[in-house]
Design a protein around this ligand. Structure first.
Ligand SMILES: NC(=O)c1ccc[n+]([C@@H]2O[C@H](COP(=O)([O-])OP(=O)(O)OC[C@H]3O[C@@H](n4cnc5c(N)ncnc54)[C@H](OP(=O)(O)O)[C@@H]3O)[C@@H](O)[C@H]2O)c1
Length: 382
């Protein structure tokens, strides 16, 4: 094999470097380093929710590449069943019964992992997730806290708990199982989408904050995948046909099509990739982006704007009454904004409201409703 075609210049006399054949020693070295780049041999991994669906496929993929894996789920029978299947396949996998929604059980899980792996963990896969698809107005406070807890809080806390172990390994990876619903708007429930969007952002923050500790962090965002969770949608023939029609590849994904990306991100071969959200979606997110940019060109935005313009109503709110009044009077004094708006025929009013308070949010909307005769064209939350 020719290793170089560069020209070398000695004492001003240009000479061509003689092609050098790779010696068997070099070939071996190259092979060794390729083997290392594409192997997880000896690395330790924790995969949450490994008994079904995507989690199951991830355990198999990591173990198949040589990792020593610990996993968890809530159902002991399922867990033992999986563990014996993996043992037969020659994979090194152990497991714990753990509900990741419970803070105490999360702590017990990480203590177990720490004692199993001598305080070192190379890979943390935050896979557990759940959905309760509903229309936004139908969600209860309990739905909200459950979804936040299982999809976001558990993963966040597991990252905190495992940080000392990940750092101690000297080369670590966190992968979050997100969703295309956290990247573009899908009709799968607004809370689910919000938690997945938050996960994507968390991956970015940790990637920067923990890079110094040699921890890479990425997020994988699938479209519909054939798992027990995916069945919620794919199990219905009509829904399934609509789902497939919206995906350029025209079919749902398989768990192994997600686990291969998750494993790749954990390999030394991916050592320069961090802070990314990567979709595994048969082109779905791209189709959405294309539709929305076409949507903008053929938009009804003008009509909405005209309607709004005629109404000429703005509503401002702030939590601090003094600040709010001060702003309004300063704007007035400066002949700026309020009076400018007034000159233009705009009307600006305001309320003291702390949006953190449920009661105050309700009062605010009641006030807006009575001011605007039960109609509101624009809602802007800053
Ligand atoms: N499938 C899809 O279409 C799809 C699409 C986009 C993103 N995702 C995301 O991918 C991830 C995996 O989804 P999946 O479809 O493979 O889910 P799944 O089929 O429902 O499997 C979930 C796994 O997690 C375990 N689990 C559930 N709740 C748990 C808890 N509280 N504590 C511990 N273990 C728990 C389950 O076992 P037990 O029930 O026995 O505990 C099971 O092993 C999720 O984060 C999901 O949001 C899935």
């Amino acid at each position: 094999m020719v290793v170089s075609k560069n020209a070398l210049i000695f004492g001003g006399v240009k000479q061509k470097q003689l092609p050098r054949r790779l010696e068997s020693r070099d070939i071996e070295k190259e092979m060794n380093s390729r083997d290392k780049r594409w192997s997880l041999k000896g690395m330790t991994a924790l995969v949450t929710g490994g008994t079904k669906g995507i989690g199951y496929a991830i355990v198999e993929e990591l173990a198949g590449l040589g990792a020593i894996v610990h996993t968890c789920s809530r159902n002991e029978v399922d867990l033992n069943d999986c563990l014996s299947q993996w043992e037969k396949k020659g994979f090194q996998v152990t497991g714990s019964v753990c509900d990741v929604v419970s803070k105490t059980q999360r702590e017990e899980l990480i203590n177990k992992v720490s004692s199993l792996f001598d305080g070192k963990l190379n890979i943390l896969i935050n896979n557990v997730g759940a959905n309760r698809p509903k229309a936004t107005l139908e969600y209860t406070a309990e739905d909200y806290s459950f979804m936040m807890s299982i999809n976001l809080e558990s993963a966040y806390h597991l990252c905190q708990l495992s940080h000392p172990l990940l750092k101690a390994s000297g080369s670590a990876n966190i992968v979050f199982l997100s969703s295309v619903a956290g990247v573009v708007s899908l009709e799968v429930g607004s809370i689910y989408s919000a938690t997945k969007g938050a996960i994507n952002q968390l991956a970015k923050n940790l990637a920067c904050e923990w890079a110094k500790d040699k921890i890479r962090t990425n997020s994988v965002a699938p479209w519909f995948i054939t798992t027990p969770l995916g069945e919620m949608f794919l199990g219905n023939k009509k829904k399934s046909a609509v789902i497939n029609s919206r995906c350029p590849l025209g079919r749902p994904g398989e768990p192994e099509e997600v686990s291969s990306l998750v494993a790749f991100l954990c390999l030394p071969a991916a050592s320069y990739i961090t802070g990314q959200t990567i979709t595994v979606d048969g082109g779905k997110a791209e189709r959405e982006r294309e539709m929305s940019s076409r949507g903008r060109r053929w938009s009804l935005e003008g009509m909405t704007a005209r309607h709004w313009w005629n109404q000429r109503n703005w509503w401002k709110n702030s939590r601090n009454e003094i600040e709010l009044n001060d702003c309004l009077s300063q704007w007035e004094k400066k002949g700026f904004q309020v009076t400018e708006w007034e000159k233009k025929g705009f009307q600006v009013t305001g309320s003291v409201c702390d949006v953190v308070s449920k009661t105050q949010r309700e009062e605010l909307i009641n006030k807006v409703s009575s001011l605007f005769d039960g109609e509101l064209n624009i809602f802007q939350y800053i």
